[in-house]
Design a protein around this ligand. Sequence first.
Ligand SMILES: Nc1ncnc2c1ncn2[C@@H]1O[C@H](COP(=O)(O)OP(=O)(O)OP(=O)(O)O)[C@@H](O)[C@H]1O
Length: 244
Amino acid sequence: MTPFFTATNITKLRPDGSTLFKNVSISLERGDVLALRGPSGVGKTTFLKCLAELITHEAGTTMLDGKTSSEVGVPVWRSKVMYVPQRPSAHTGTPMDLFHQATKYASQSKKKNLGDPIEFGIEWGLSDSHFHENWSTLSGGEMQRASLAVALALLPEVLLLDEPTSALDPESTLLVEKTLKKYTCVWITHSTDQADRVATQTLTLGRGRKGSAAVVEGNGDANANGQAIDQVAVAIGEAPTAVY
Ligand SMILES: Nc1ncnc2c1ncn2[C@@H]1O[C@H](COP(=O)(O)OP(=O)(O)OP(=O)(O)O)[C@@H](O)[C@H]1O
């Protein structure tokens, strides 16, 4: 059976031509949560942006439900494989303004029965009024939850989450995790505890021998869902291999 979401041999060069990561592959079934780990600067955010087709990559293929991003079309792909940044960029207006603006994009217009960001927000301790206040008046944690709520209401099929709870207190973190782990996610986290709570797979990017390429390794721990699916992939230097 074709996996739900795959990225195969994704390779990304830095602007100076050196390798940021090479031949990184992932494979997710519906409902899988892949915890993406690794030291600061190793390329985790850049990898998510490649998966979302927000930036180009030098080699490799991404597929959703058996179709490549070119077959789906990049704007529609981005609406299905949705990157949620750690900090929302400086939006003007309110979270509801952003939601209404996004629903007008052609890529979103075919989606039926969009969700309600406020309903997600209320599950996470926000109130209706937070969605009608300007972004600039929200706290970091409110902003992070409001932007996640807007993303979920747009019915993504795969969520690419860049440290989605980094600004939240422990209680809100658990509430948000409870919702997000029902989705198919690639989830950057620096927290081993969080990875244990949410992940069905783990992928760790590390520094390669040359200090530039990425080493990727899985960990063998069973996670909270009891579904330890390990990935061991090595993508270093000139002889990349991937072992699953
Ligand atoms: N669009 C791009 N094209 C090529 N290289 C990039 C691009 N954006 C960032 N990089 C490179 O990727 C490196 C890693 O950045 P990235 O934000 O992906 O790391 P990270 O692992 O997510 O770090 P952190 O944990 O601190 O958020 C940067 O130092 C930069 O050299």
